[in-house]
Design a protein around this ligand. Structure first.
Ligand code: G4P
Ligand code: NA
Ligand code: NA
Length: 194
């Protein structure tokens, strides 16, 4: 998606450890018009799939997810990382290991919001090692919901996540695919980059 790639080149900052900082428009300050364009693109890509629910994980997945849900006219459900006093019902949970933070998080979804009749589109802002998406796939499996696909705003294609998802037989659509950060420059899959 050219709009997103251009924005990454304009405002993204490559940090040590192969991390892309996009606090200007996605992970801290959010550009709602860009998020809306991202939502439209996911909606276009998955238009034929009769999606009934968007599933993401807090916090940064919510912005692109909610725009996709707005356009597809379906609810947006986000897995929670902290146990909340408002979550007293039965839960689907999954362990998510963060390679970047070296921590394990248990994420949870209330069972009443995910059913075996659901056709789910999983959305997230970043795909790195794929642990977050893997946890969401496990939650859908517990609910016996059908996962129609995964939509990612920014995929770091040199990490394991994309392959992991495809190995599970799940459709993956990433709007910007980063091949490398060599010399602190973003290079996209297919050659485009500064
Ligand atoms: P994984 O889920 O793909 O395995 O990712 P990993 O454990 O490596 O990353 C943990 C967190 O860092 C996730 O956010 C993920 O979205 C984010 N992340 C991974 N690579 C990058 C990157 O290059 N740039 C930025 N900005 N973020 C990255 P989180 O901390 O779980 O949640 P959130 O509250 O920020 O959404
Ligand atoms: Na995220
Ligand atoms: Na994040």
């Amino acid at each position: 998606m050219k709009l997103l790639e251009d924005r990454i080149l304009e405002d993204g900052i490559v940090l040590p450890g192969n991390v892309l900082k996009v606090n200007q428009f996605l992970n801290h300050q959010i550009d709602p018009e860009l998020m809306y364009a991202i939502g439209k693109e996911f909606a276009r890509l998955y238009n034929e799939e009769k999606i009934t629910k968007i599933l993401t994980i807090e916090a940064s997945g919510i912005a692109p997810a909610i725009m996709t849900g707005l356009i597809l006219h379906v609810p947006v459900l986000f897995a929670r990382k902290q146990k909340s006093v408002t979550m007293q019902n039965a839960l689907f949970t999954a362990e998510v290991y963060s390679y970047t933070k070296k921590t394990k998080n248990r994420v949870a979804v209330d069972q009443k919001f995910l059913h075996k009749t659901d056709r789910v589109l999983i959305i997230d802002d970043f795909l790195a090692n794929g642990q977050a998406v893997n946890g969401l796939l496990n939650i859908c499996e517990q609910a016996q919901a059908e996962v129609v696909g995964v939509g990612i705003a920014i995929e770091k294609s040199f990490q394991d996540g994309a392959r992991l998802i495809k190995d599970r037989g799940v459709r993956l659509e990433s709007l910007a695919r980063i091949a490398s950060f060599d010399d602190n420059q973003v290079r996209f899959v297919g050659g485009k980059g500064l």
